[in-house]
Design a binder for this molecule. Structure first.
Ligand code: PMP
Length: 287
């Protein structure tokens, strides 16, 4: 089926949607993005994603071509037009397409931002089978830039990290800087020891995950202890359970870290329970 996508004010078949070769997203990775999950045809935590988008834009001095209210309507219209039951909506805003390539930012009055949205249908997104199996991760050096809190489209290194994991027969990579885990290539990283969840504290070193915020809140409501601090690969390997969170994988158990099996090589009970709570609560609050 040909998707209907959104480009700069127009709903178009994906085959007719175009962006200029001078777009700074294409030439300079000068753009930000968000991915919002869809369950039961509704958006999960849209408000969180919209708030983070506004922050990413403002940190880069980039204008939004639409209001957050308009953005919600565009998301909903795309979900409706494409009949998405379970899946995601991808959104990207770039600093637009000036007349030529130049390192200097264009005048926003003369060069409007580019906005693109498209849907991804993922039937079975919320099904528990993959989660029970969990994922295997390797550790790699974190060589990304210093503003990982801004959700930019500079995804080459995370993409290389996934390829390194694949080559090693694993699913993903956790990145390590100065001896401590920062995050996964496209998710936040955690381990569980006893009743305690440990994850790195928020700073410019990691993306402030929308799923992370919700899961830590639900964990505390479920009487689990949450400790936000630096941790090492060795500490996570010695834990009872480990997991990652992201908008499209929710809570995903990690069953192996650099060849060391955790929770008997299958999804741990606490991580799976947190996944269940997260999905149930998110469905209730979806818009
Ligand atoms: N860290 C990184 C590097 C990511 O790319 C993502 C997913 N975009 C996350 C964490 C998780 O963020 P969220 O829960 O908002 O999807």
């Amino acid at each position: 089926m040909t998707r209907t996508v959104y480009v700069n004010g127009a709903y178009l078949p994906e085959t007719e949607a175009t962006v200029s070769i001078f777009d700074r997203g294409f030439l300079m990775a000068d753009g930000v993005y968000e991915v919002t999950s869809v369950l039961d045809g509704k958006l999960i935590d849209f408000a969180g994603h919209a708030t983070r988008l506004e922050r990413s834009l403002s940190e880069l001095d980039m204008a939004s071509p639409v209001t957050m209210e308009e953005l919600l309507e565009i998301h909903r219209e795309l979900v409706r037009l494409n009949g998405i039951d379970e899946g995601a909506v991808y959104l990207q805003i770039t600093r637009g397409a000036p007349a030529d390539r130049d390192f200097v930012f264009p005048d926003p009055a003369a060069t409007p931002s580019t906005i693109v949205l498209f849907t991804q249908s993922k039937p079975g997104l919320s099904a528990p089978a993959a989660a029970q199996k969990g994922i295997k991760v390797i550790s790699i050096d974190d060589i990304r830039w210093g503003r990982r809190d801004i959700k930019t489209v500079q995804l080459l290194y995370p993409s290389m990290g996934k390829m390194m994991a694949k080559k090693a027969g694993c699913d993903d990579a956790w990145m390590v800087e100065d001896g401590f885990v920062t995050e996964g290539t496209s998710n936040n990283a955690y381990f569980i020891k006893g009743n305690k969840i440990v994850t790195r504290a928020l700073s410019n070193d990691i993306l402030h995950g929308i799923t992370r915020a919700a899961v830590l809140r639900f964990a505390q409501e479920a009487q689990m202890e949450v400790e936000e601090r630096n941790f090492t690969i060795e500490e996570a390997q010695a834990a009872d359970e480990a997991f990652v969170t992201s908008a499209t994988t929710f809570v995903m158990p990690v069953v192996e870290i650099d060849g060391v099996a955790l929770s008997g090589g299958k999804g741990g009970p606490k991580a799976l329970r947190l996944r269940e709570i997260y999905i149930d609560e998110s469905r209730k609050a979806a818009v």
